[in-house]
Design a protein around this ligand. Structure first.
Ligand SMILES: *[C@@H]1O[C@H](CO)[C@@H](O)[C@H](O)[C@H]1NC(C)=O
Ligand SMILES: *[C@@H]1O[C@H](CO)[C@@H](O)[C@H](O)[C@H]1NC(C)=O
Ligand SMILES: *[C@@H]1O[C@H](CO)[C@@H](O)[C@H](O)[C@H]1NC(C)=O
Length: 285
């Protein structure tokens, strides 16, 4: 193991208490133009998964090629990628996490975060104001490149094109935009939003063995946690042996959990998943 990797792993080791999630200042920003979806709780199906009949963006790995606390960028870009696919029926490449990282601390833009953690709702705030490119022209590198091309803004560095000789330059790439974004809290609001419009980005207290060392099944945990440390996306829910659960996608690669996916108990605020607001965004197509 290289010294760099060793130091990185130590630095990002959860036992050091380093969070990946940074709470946005309250009140959270939002742009809500149409009425929020409403459903009677009893009319929500007992199980529902966008993954059953649709292609969704696959789990990513925030730790490769460099360990980075970029869960907030992975989860928000992942849920939004899903929503573009669901809304248009066209499979698109994963929206760029790297662009969010590179703009995450640049002056003149909302301070979303970095490899030391960040906020899903602020990522949507940024995307609302600037749009976002896809990862084919801004691939995830797990490091923050900021202010390295003097005189240009990070929004002009969200897309690179290279020729067959390896000469690369920045272009104003195709941008994906959103028309609205906001938050939902609690089981019913989360289910309603997800059922009506697609996956959402939520956060959990992830610095527990049951999450970090998860290999499958439904995560249960009665411990009350009053903070969250990690952002994931939720894509559906179900019931198994009388236990209600959420279905989530993580950003720890496919070696973690059930091929990168997980289930966590629903309705009991497990790992603080329901008491903490989740973020949603509506694709502009
Ligand atoms: C969530 O959005 C609503 C507006 O839809 C806002 O009133 C509320 O303050 C937001 N939540 C947080 C935690 O800021
Ligand atoms: C991208 O657009 C900006 C502003 O519209 C412009 O200043 C810049 O030169 C463009 N960059 C490229 C590489 O075309
Ligand atoms: C959680 O809440 C308990 C009791 O209200 C408090 O003692 C503790 O400091 C809180 N922990 C965090 C991390 O906020």
């Amino acid at each position: 193991m290289s010294l760099f990797l060793l130091i990185s792993l130590l630095f990002f080791s959860p036992s050091q208490g380093i969070g990946w999630y940074k709470e946005a200042p309250h009140p959270w920003p939002s742009v809500v133009k149409s009425p929020l979806p409403q459903m009677k709780p009893e009319s929500l199906p007992s199980s529902f998964s966008w993954r059953e009949d649709h292609y969704l963006s696959p789990p990513t790995n925030q730790f490769l090629p460099n360990p980075c606390g970029g869960c907030w960028a992975h989860a928000s870009a992942g849920a939004l990628t899903d929503r573009f696919i669901l809304k248009t029926g066209v499979i698109i490449p994963h929206l760029s996490m790297q662009a969010l990282l590179d703009c995450g601390r640049e002056e003149g833009f909302v301070e979303m975060g970095s490899c030391e953690g960040g906020s899903d709702i602020l990522a949507y705030d940024f995307i609302y104001n600037n749009g976002i490119t896809d990862s084919t022209c801004s691939p995830y590198m797990g490091v923050v490149f900021t202010n390295w091309a003097e005189g240009t803004k990070c929004t002009q560095r969200m897309c690179r094109q290279c020729d067959t000789f390896g000469n690369c330059h920045f272009v104003n790439g195709t941008l994906y935009h959103i028309s609205e974004y906001g938050n939902v809290t609690g089981e019913i609001e989360m289910m309603t939003e997800m059922y009506a419009r697609g996956p959402i980005a939520c956060s959990v207290y992830a610095h527990t063995d049951n999450f970090l060392k998860y290999t499958g099944g439904v995560i249960t945990d009665d411990t009350p946690y009053n903070v969250t440390t990690h952002v994931i996306s939720l894509i559906g829910w179900g019931t198994e042996n009388g236990v209600n659960y959420w279905i989530g996608r993580n950003s720890f690669g496919t070696e973690w959990g059930e091929g990168g996916w997980f289930k966590i108990e629903r309705g009991k605020n497990t790992l603080n998943i329901e008491r903490h607001p989740c973020a949603w965004a509506v694709p502009k197509v």
